[in-house]
Write a protein that binds this ligand. Structure first.
Ligand SMILES: [Mg+2]
Length: 255
């Protein structure tokens, strides 16, 4: 196995970082806040979030929030999401509704102080302790340290760059174990996963030939296929070239 690759590219959330109490919770709180304010009594749960995230093309959490609100407002529920789900087009991302939903999301995720710093205006909801502070390490520090001593490591994430760096520094992933120039974030590639652009951009920056990519959604596996890279899927489904339910099991094949 070791000979098959010369470097490792990680997806960030669900692989290096546990986002269940941060981004995933921000989606739930955003959707429920918006629905309540707009007169819909229905509330979503983490199960709804998981279902949307299992469809290709829903890697972006602002899109996931937008689509869940749209589905609920059109009277759909879990059982028929798959019949009615539509990809969020670039033009819909410019609508007042989408931007309003994004502002709610960012208010919860960033918290009041960081929101003001990033956007130079007050948040739309005053939420003191941003959910970003709930980000925690999913991969064992010792395993990541061992991998860093053997391979060049990079990250391809759909997080905005500031949010990726904020958490990577907080959790001491960068600059100690992964170089910050080897993080490709939302702004650094023309198209998001499941397109291969972010993975190919990291590969170029790292100057490597045969990276392996590790991700936790269908979008990660499709992006790796399109980039011509082998992939390790972290999750319950049988996807990718190798599959583990827990990221810390990857040492069985790559250490
Ligand atoms: Mg992920």
């Amino acid at each position: 196995m070791r000979k098959e690759f010369d470097s490792i590219i990680f997806d960030m959330d669900g692989v290096l970082v546990d986002e269940s109490r941060s981004y995933r919770l921000a989606i739930e709180m955003t959707v429920n806040n918006f629905l309540a304010k707009n007169g819909t009594k229905t509330k979503i749960t983490q199960e709804d979030v998981r279902i949307i995230k299992s469809f290709p093309g829903f890697n972006n959490d602002w899109d996931v929030s937008f689509v869940l609100i749209d589905l609920i407002q059109r009277g759909k529920d879990k059982q028929n999401y798959s019949d009615d789900i539509r990809l969020v087009t670039p033009s819909r991302r410019k609508t007042k509704k989408y931007l309003g939903i994004k502002d709610i999301f960012q208010s919860y995720y960033l918290g009041e102080k960081l929101f003001k710093e990033i956007y130079n205006r007050p948040p739309v909801i005053f939420y003191a302790r941003g959910l970003n502070l709930n980000d925690s390490l999913l991969i064992d520090k010792a395993l990541l340290t061992a991998l860093a001593s053997k391979y060049k490591l990079g990250i391809a994430t759909s997080r905005p760059r500031l949010e990726a760096l904020f958490t990577a520094r907080n959790l001491k992933i960068t600059p100690q174990l992964i170089k910050e120039e080897f993080i490709v974030a939302k702004e650094d590639a023309a198209r998001e996963k499941p397109e291969p652009d972010p993975l190919l951009e990291v590969k170029k920056r790292m100057g490597v030939l045969t990276p392996i990519y590790i991700g936790d959604t269908i979008n990660d596996v499709i992006a790796a296929q399109k980039a011509g890279m082998p992939s390790i899927f972290i999750g319950e489904k049988n996807l990718g070239d190798y599959q583990f339910t827990n990221v810390n099991k990857i040492q069985e094949i790559i250490l």
